[in-house]
Design a protein around this ligand. Structure first.
Ligand code: SER
Length: 328
């Protein structure tokens, strides 16, 4: 495996990209991690800590130009339209998630890049998939366009590995919970919004039922998983674009109860909408034996530890006047 020297993070202004870019800058050197956004302005932390450029991953010419002008050897493609937003505009979801991915893989081949990382999601699973301890190898028949694009993405990554020897990697993120940047239109967004509302208003109306259980992960574990997979020797990998990664699973009711331990007056109501059907089609918990065996995956945060940290960080941001209304 060649050394990773100069990374382009596409979708760097999003929920994961914004924090992952800063962590990559720590590890690989600030000037060696180029953040690329499409429309949304970067936060001062992202803009001021290293190079920033505009690049829409659907625009292949612009991608090529960016790779050349910054001497990029590795791309992390975090640009995606998530599950709930994807149901409102399936065509746009396909364009960003699949055309963007094909562009990344083709560019990796043409420019002989060292590595590309294109995340997948628990959305690849569907109602026919076993819900508990969902195996690595199982039925992939998703019911959302987002899921369809992510199954396609996994197959494309594995195809480019086999056919063109591109080093393409990916993991099936569960719902990601974080205190810096809000997620942009997913089904698991309630598990982030609830913390913001607990701090800002002391009440939250949750868009899934109280007994809805999904796999989740705290951002520090998400960053660790991503960076550990990037650093793993290629020869030790049997899987490539589709690693199951688990961390914790809880129901919406259990999440509310954990927050109430810190904010006793916190009130939650449940008003399920169209996202309930999506949540019901996804696993409750994940078997990540392959990730543990092939690159040493091990999460550090459970629900209690995450909740303590989330509330502390959001409270600090609230006191600095930084919080926006979540779920608006
Ligand atoms: N968080 C994503 C979503 O809810 C799942 O990968 O769409």
């Amino acid at each position: 495996m060649r050394e990773i020297k100069r990374i382009l993070v596409v979708g760097a202004v999003g929920q994961i990209g914004s924090e992952l870019t800063l962590a990559l800058r720590e590890k690989y050197g600030a000037d060696n991690v180029v953040a690329a956004g499409r429309k949304t302005k970067p936060s001062p932390a992202l803009r001021d800590s290293g190079p920033f450029t505009w690049c829409d991953v659907v625009d292949r010419e612009k991608l090529d130009e960016t790779i050349k002008s910054f001497s990029i050897d590795t791309i992390i493609n975090m640009a995606a339209i998530l599950s709930a937003k994807g149901e409102k505009n399936p065509q746009a979801c396909w364009d960003v998630n699949v055309t963007g991915l094909i562009n990344t893989l083709e560019a990796a081949y043409d420019h002989n890049l060292t590595q590309v990382l294109c995340p997948s999601s628990i959305a690849v699973f569907g109602p026919e998939t076993p819900r508990d301890n969902t195996p690595q190898e199982t039925v992939l028949k998703p019911t959302t366009m987002y899921g369809v694009t992510k199954v396609t993405g996994e197959l494309l990554c594995d195809y480019y590995v086999r056919r063109f020897e591109v080093d393409a990697r990916g993991l099936r993120y569960p719902g990601i919970i974080s205190a810096e940047t809000l997620p942009g239109g997913g089904t698991t967004d309630y598990a982030v919004e609830i913390y913001y509302k607990a701090i800002e208003e002391g009440r939250y109306t949750c868009f899934v039922r109280e007994d809805t259980s999904l796999p989740m992960m705290y951002m520090p574990d998400c960053i660790k998983a991503t960076m550990d997979l990037m650093a793993a020797p290629f020869d030790g990998l049997k899987h490539h674009g589709d690693f199951n990664v688990g961390a914790m699973s809880f129901t919406a009711g259990e999440l509310a109860a954990e927050i109430k331990k810190h904010i006793p007056g916190f009130e939650v109501a449940y008003e399920p909408d169209f996202r309930q059907d999506i949540a019901d089609s996804w696993p409750s918990s994940i078997d990540d034996t392959s990730a543990r065996a092939e690159w040493g995956w091990e999460p550090a945060y459970d629900l209690a530890k995450m909740t303590e940290d989330m509330l502390k960080r959001l409270k600090e941001r609230h006191e600095r006047g930084e919080l926006y209304q979540a779920g608006a």
